[in-house]
Each structure stands twice: as C-alpha cells, then as structure tokens.
Design a binder for this molecule. Structure first.
Ligand SMILES: Cc1cc2nc3c(=O)[nH]c(=O)nc-3n(C[C@H](O)[C@H](O)[C@H](O)COP(=O)(O)O)c2cc1C
Length: 336
C-alpha cells in the first residue's frame, strides 16, 4: 500500500499542536481497534514476521511500541495490526492523574526530536485494568506480547514508592506478558532516585517476592543520564534480583545537542538521544548478561541496526514513529 503518512497524514497532524495531534491519533486508533475491516486495512502495513524468543516470550518481530504512546492501553488491536512485534502500554500509576500543565509536548522537526514534560498523565491502574479485562473478554487481545509499564504516582512520597508500584503491579500483572518498572522518567520529581542501588533493590525485591500464579518477567527502564559507575551499580542490583531485561533508555535531560532557542524543560527524545542511548546499550552488553531492549533515537533502518550491533536483543519506537509513521517499521524490518 502506498505510504500516505508522510505526504498526507503527517502534514495534517503537524498542523495541530503536538498534544492535540496525539489525542486525535490515539482516538482514531482506538476507534479502529473496534472495527474489523479497518484493522484488516491497517494490516497491510504489517511487515513479514521475524520471530524472536527472549525471556520465555516469542516476539513476532524485534521492534516494539515504546511506552508513552498508548499510556492507557486503548488501542492494542491497532498497534498489532500496524505490525509491532510487541506493545508496551503505560506508564500507568496507582492513582489516576492529569499530569503537568499544558503545553507539555514540543516538536523539533529539524532535529527529528520531541521534548515532553507530560508527567505521567494516565487513567490510573484501576481504570486500565478494567479496560484490559474488557479487551480480553471481547476476544480482541493481540497475539503479540503486551508489556505494562508502571511508575510512581506524583502524590506518593518517594519513601512509599514501593507500595505505589505494588498496587499497580497487583492489578495489572495478570494482563501483562512482562512488567516494566519505570524508574527513569525525568518528569516526576524524585523518580530517578529509585535507580539508586538501595532503593532499586527494595523495589525489585518487593515486586519480585509478590506471590502470584505465574511469575512475570520484570524489566527495568533506565535513564540515559546515568554515569558508568551508576550504571554498573544498577546492573548489579538487576542481576541479583533476576531482572529479565533492561530498557535502555528513557528520555534525556541533556539538551546540549539542540539549539538553545528551541529548548524547553522536559525529557528529550529522538535523533539527538540516539548516540547517548546506544552507548548505554553497548556498556550494558559489555558488562552484563541481562538482555537489552533499545529505545532512543531510532528514526530509520540504520539507527535500528546500530542498536542491534551494540548488543540489543529487541528495540522500541516512539519519536521516530511520530515523524515517519508506520512505514518506519517496514523499512527497519526489510533492512535488518
Ligand atoms: C511524549 C512522550 C511520552 C513518553 N511517555 C513515557 C512514559 O509514560 N513511560 C515511559 O517509560 N517512557 C515514556 N516515554 C519515553 C519513550 O518510551 C522512549 O523511551 C523515549 O522517547 C526514547 O525513544 P525515542 O527516541 O524513540 O522516542 C515518552 C516519550 C515521549 C516522547
């Protein structure tokens, strides 16, 4: 099918402010998710499958949807139809929350980048669990793995973070093929302190020893702004606690690669994050046996290949998908 995203859809979306465009897209994909013929049309974008097995799960292909695009899990069938090899929803927090004041997403088209300071706007774990139950009961659950990314509610003090994560974990784990602990968003004050060894160890131990019918693979999503020493400490704690994989990385607070007149407060993603994020993938692969899921600056087939060459086993898209649309997936899969 002819790719209409860049010539037609993107100009329309980019004529709207970034958050309005986001809501419009998600609302459209949510509607399509209920409509068989539309899903079949979307499936024309699906690249041929290239299965990959990791931590006991089979991924249809190694390219997944990164957390944040579908925070509330409203469009699972559409993401599958677009061809993602796995889908990560969230970040979901225990308490529903509105996030930071708008505007809070900024496009930098020349730089193929976004800056966001959303601050975990989401419907909360109870509402998301209810929605996921409905998707399952109505037979619309996707055939590709679904990861659920959880984080700390803003109103919960850092010292009670573990209980906050546990609340979401208990409600959502049954729906998740894997659970990601997000300890690296820069937009929730104090969150990244949960990457410190003692705090991370407490969190992983509490979640890991939670009784349940089936143990779910636990994944930790880390910041690209960790020093090598900090990274090594994170890896040691993850190894001790049997973490299934590490997502490297979240957005960065290092804005040195973008012009100062375009700068905004928040996490930077897209092309300017690419190298920093790849360097972390390489450092993890060199220092640990924990598999890496790469996220950060994948905007074309070459930047995807770079992640796998650096040692990643899977990869996820966000900003590149906003700029390139569904054709990006096919391009990556054809050239991998
Ligand atoms: C608007 C926006 C919202 C995001 N929200 C989340 C989130 O809720 N949870 C999370 O773990 N990562 C979130 N991220 C980070 C992405 O999942 C991804 O790790 C990061 O943007 C780097 O990948 P990219 O360069 O391909 O965008 C968000 C990113 C953007 C741009």
């Amino acid at each position: 099918m002819k790719n209409l995203y860049q010539p037609l859809v993107r100009p329309l979306l980019f004529s709207l402010d970034a958050e309005t465009a986001h809501h419009f897209t998600i609302a459209s994909l949510r509607r399509l998710s209920h409509f068989g013929p539309a899903l079949r049309a979307l499936k024309r974008f699906t690249p041929p499958s290239k299965p990959k097995t990791l931590f006991g799960l089979t991924f249809r292909n190694p390219i997944g949807l990164a957390a944040g695009l579908d925070k509330n899990g409203v469009a699972l069938p559409a993401w599958e139809a677009l061809g993602f090899g796995f889908i990560e929803i969230g970040t979901v927090t225990a308490v529903a929350q509105p996030g930071n004041p708008k505007p809070r997403i900024f496009r930098l088209p020349q730089q193929q980048a976004l800056i966001n300071r959303l601050g975990f706007n989401n419907d909360g774990a109870d509402a998301v669990a209810k929605r996921l139950r409905r998707v399952r009961e109505t037979g619309r659950w996707p055939a590709v793995p679904v990861g659920i990314n959880i984080g700390k509610s803003r109103t919960t003090p850092l010292e009670h973070a573990t209980n906050d994560y546990l609340y979401s974990f208990r409600l959502l784990r049954d729906f998740a093929d894997y659970v990601t602990l997000n300890v690296s968003s820069p937009n929730t004050p104090g969150l990244r302190e949960l990457q410190e060894p003692a705090a991370l160890s407490r969190l992983l131990h509490a979640i890991g020893s939670e009784p349940g019918p089936v143990a779910k693979p636990l994944i930790v999503k880390i910041s690209p702004d960790l020093s090598l020493v900090e990274l090594e400490a994170v890896l040691a704690v993850c190894e001790e606690n049997g973490v299934a994989a590490i997502i490297a990385t979240n957005t960065t607070l290092d804005h040195s690669l973008i012009p100062s007149e375009l700068d905004e407060k928040g996490g930077l993603s897209g092309a300017p994050l690419r190298e920093k994020s790849t360097a972390l993938v390489r450092d993890i692969a060199a220092n640990s046996k924990i598999p890496v899921i790469a996220s950060g600056g994948i905007c074309d087939a070459e930047s995807a290949r770079e992640k796998f060459d650096a040692g990643a086993k899977l990869a996820q898209l966000y900003t590149g998908f906003i700029f390139r649309g569904p054709a990006l997936l096919r391009e990556i899969m054809e050239k991998l």
